[in-house]
Design a binder for this molecule. Structure first.
Ligand SMILES: Nc1ncnc2c1ncn2[C@@H]1O[C@H](COP(=O)(O)OP(=O)(O)O)[C@@H](O)[C@H]1O
Ligand SMILES: [Mg+2]
Length: 195
């Protein structure tokens, strides 16, 4: 339903006139309501790991999780919890000296592919060239340093940004922002993570 144009309005095409009418129906909103963003604060490595365990319960095969944060932010710590929650084989460690490590599932769940994209310059092509002994669509893929490199793997992704509280380097406080991008995440209930 279109709002009727204001009569005798000389500025008909002025952008300011494009704002939704008062009491506008939802259809005036963009079709994509924008990504769901969840913010939380974590105060210890254990809590970060616990966050990973909880997040694991929301993940399924084909999911891509991108982790962003400076060195020591807690990306690998979070992934360790993911590995525990997904019940996969092998301890999750920093993959700095390998580009990707596959953790096979111990149970019925998907395997975890843990990628350090720091040294991936070629992006997706290089990922495919890794010749991982696993099907990516059947796996949960967690990528550290993946921004600008692995987005093309899927339209849907969960972007996790970890910020260290500024100033005090001994501080264990981390601010975590989770942004679910794409249809996959439009209905996901990330609030379960803060419960
Ligand atoms: N709240 C926290 N969450 C995660 N790690 C923390 C936290 N507080 C302190 N740390 C410490 O910070 C370091 C994080 O390392 P790591 O997870 O390897 O980071 P990254 O993979 O982002 O480089 C670990 O030594 C961990 O014990
Ligand atoms: Mg790391």
């Amino acid at each position: 339903m279109e709002a009727p144009a204001a009569p005798h309005d000389p500025a008909e095409n002025h952008p300011a006139e494009n704002h939704p009418a008062e009491n506008a129906p939802a259809e005036n909103a963009p079709a994509d309501n924008g990504p769901a963003v969840t913010e939380l604060t974590v105060t210890s490595p254990d809590q970060m790991r616990e966050l990973g365990r909880r997040l694991a319960k929301l993940l399924r095969a084909g999911d891509l999780v991108m982790l962003t944060g400076e060195l020591g932010a807690g990306k690998t710590t979070l992934t360790r919890g993911l590995g525990e929650g997904l019940d996969v084989r092998g301890a999750v460690t920093s993959p700095t000296f390998v580009i990707a490590r596959v953790h096979p599932a111990l149970g019925d769940g998907p395997p975890l592919v843990h990628v350090d994209a720091y040294r991936l310059s070629g992006g997706l092509d290089e990922m495919e060239d890794l010749d991982l002994d696993v099907s990516l669509p059947d796996s949960v893929i967690v990528v550290e340093w993946g921004e600008g490199k692995v987005e093309e793997l899927t339209d849907d992704r969960l972007h996790v940004v970890i910020h260290r509280a500024v100033g005090d380097t001994t501080d264990e406080v981390r601010h975590v922002t989770l942004t679910g991008i794409g249809a996959r995440w439009s209905t996901a209930d990330l609030s379960a993570l803060t419960a």
